[in-house]
Design a protein around this ligand. Structure first.
Ligand SMILES: Cc1cc2nc3c(=O)[nH]c(=O)nc-3n(C[C@H](O)[C@H](O)[C@H](O)COP(=O)(O)OP(=O)(O)OC[C@H]3O[C@@H](n4cnc5c(N)ncnc54)[C@H](O)[C@@H]3O)c2cc1C
Length: 485
């Protein structure tokens, strides 16, 4: 137990000793949404939201109880059981409780084209609203950056169909919920919240301690999540398009192309030499976008064992499997746990608003294979490192056993940790040098070592994308300078 410094509650010092000092905070904002606000959330120098304890706060609330990574908060298994077992949901060891699981998309061609994947998430939110089951949606939208706050996305409350439909597509960008959650305590009404797995867990924990939040959040819509990115991820993408970090104004991480669903485009808007510009490129042509590399990711999220959002009433992801991934128009995978959402989905199927195939929970898990490998087997390795160092680590459902992993697997995981850590150093260096290529110079030796731990096929694919994106960067560079004039 930590000894509180003067003016600090025991809960705050415990949070500091464990989650905050260990660098695990994902800045979800649950602790700052508690009455009395024992913490505040702010962006750190690495472009990630983190909690900062408020000096001399009079709050008696214990932030550890709502922190998704604290060992003093209720475990995912217990929460999931209390939420879904009563609905007669079955249990699968990788996707958690489920009533049904599907792959498919909305049939409205415009809605599907405008959305991240198959459009099911926005369709469902609109249905919940139109059927008066909710009065608003808490989700993420673009924001105009200002001199004081340069962030590009934030959580908002949408209370009309137009606002709900204008939620951003998947934003691989830091967001935090404290402000919207504080707001709904004073606003009356019923809401659905869209969130990634750790954030859903934080909301569920908050519902246990804050009656006003419990009363208002009626549905949790989960987005499956490989990992969370720092704001600097958007910076490196835009930089490759000739927009320097200070000039970036708007980012669209996923614009559909005519190739397969994974080959989407990135669109950046910003100011170059005093002029507003809008530039885009296929994701494949941008350096550092291979998710396996884990560049500029939020480190704390690496210690979550939940890939699909097991505490959500419905989990929504991309159908990264054949034949669906070949369809550039985008296809969702959906895992339903709440009977209301099952009813709405069945109505959508009957009315022809949805085109969904029933798929098995194994097929869902298989579509997120890389995520499960990282958050299960990979997590065992990361936790064992913490154990060996005698350091505190977040609780987990994976069992840290004496490692049966091969030398290559261990090297692979070790290099993943180095890649994430080093990418922040490389970004800072690149900003000092005023050159994106400085980022590449720092990262490339590690990328090369990492690639060597992969199978020949995976290594060739990774190195090809790496060098292809660099080739594209140099090819693009003189053209970008010309366009800027
Ligand atoms: C950080 C992140 C990582 C992801 N990783 C994976 C993955 O590994 N595998 C996978 O299958 N799917 C992943 N997804 C989910 C996937 O990208 C799609 O969001 C999902 O398939 C829903 O598609 P849709 O067309 O139904 O959503 P849409 O109809 O486009 O609706 C998207 C909704 O999500 C909200 N939203 C956007 N960004 C965020 C955010 N950062 N946090 C909370 N809400 C947000 C928007 O406000 C909008 O309401 C990830 C999403 C995010 C945000």
């Amino acid at each position: 137990m930590a000894v509180p410094v003067s003016g600090e509650s025991v809960g705050v010092s415990e949070l500091k000793r464990t989650v905050l000092d260990g660098g695990y905070c994902v800045g979800c904002g649950a602790c700052a949404a508690l009455d009395g606000e024992p913490c505040r959330i702010a962006l750190n120098d690495d472009g990630c939201y983190v909690a900062f304890p408020q000096a001399c706060c009079q709050s008696s609330a214990d932030p550890c109880c709502v922190c998704p990574l604290s060992d003093r908060s209720i475990g995912t298994a217990q929460l999931a059981h209390s939420l879904f077992a009563a609905y007669g949901a079955r249990y699968h060891d990788r996707i958690g409780y489920y009533v049904s699981s599907y792959a498919g998309h909305v049939t409205n061609a415009k809605l599907r084209a405008d959305r991240t994947s198959g459009g099911y998430c926005t369709w469902l939110l609109l249905q919940l609203f139109k059927q008066h089951r909710i009065d608003g949606v808490i989700h993420v939208r673009h924001r105009e950056p200002t001199a004081k706050n340069k962030t590009l996305f934030h959580y908002v409350i949408s209370t009309s169909e137009e606002q709900i439909a204008s939620g951003s597509r998947s934003s691989y960008y830091p967001v935090e919920m404290s402000e919207v959650l504080q707001n709904i305590k004073t606003l009356h009404g019923r809401y659905a919240i869209v969130a990634t797995p750790l954030f859903v867990r934080a909301v569920r924990l908050l519902c246990m301690t804050e009656p006003a939040i419990r009363e208002r959040i009626r549905y949790c819509i989960g987005l499956m999540c490989g990992h969370l990115k720092s704001a600097h991820y958007a910076d490196i993408l835009a930089w490759q398009l000739g927009i320097e970090p200070d000039g970036l104004r708007r980012m669209q991480f996923r614009e559909k192309s005519s190739c397969d669903a994974g080959k989407y485009r990135v669109v950046a808007e910003g100011i170059v030499a005093g002029k507003a510009v809008r530039r885009s490129a296929p994701i494949m042509n941008l350096y550092g976008t291979n998710w396996g590399l884990g560049l500029l990711k939020c480190i704390g999220d690496d210690y979550s064992d939940d890939v699909v959002g097991e505490l959500a009433d419905v989990s929504i992801g991309d159908a990264w499997m054949r034949p669906y991934r070949n369809d550039p128009k985008g296809t969702n995978i959906v895992v339903i746990r709440h009977p209301d959402i099952q009813d709405i989905t069945e109505e959508g199927l009957c009315d022809g608003h949805l085109a969904l195939d029933r798929i098995s929970p194994e097929a869902v898990a298989e579509s997120q294979r890389a995520g499960f490998l990282h958050r299960r087997e990979g997590l065992i390795y990361r936790l064992s490192l913490k154990k060996m160092a005698g350091a505190w680590h977040p609780p987990s459902r994976v069992q840290v056993c004496s490692s049966r992993s091969s030398h290559t697997f261990v090297m692979h995981q070790r290099l993943r940790l180095s890649l994430s850590r080093e990418s922040y150093v490389a970004f800072r260096r690149a900003v000092c040098d005023g050159s994106f290529f400085s980022f590449v110079r720092t990262m490339n030796p590690l990328v090369w070592r990492y690639a060597k731990t992969m199978s020949f096929k995976a290594m060739s694919r990774m190195l090809f994308q790496n060098y292809w994106s660099l080739f594209c960067f140099f090819l693009r560079k003189p053209f970008l300078r010309y366009r800027t004039k």
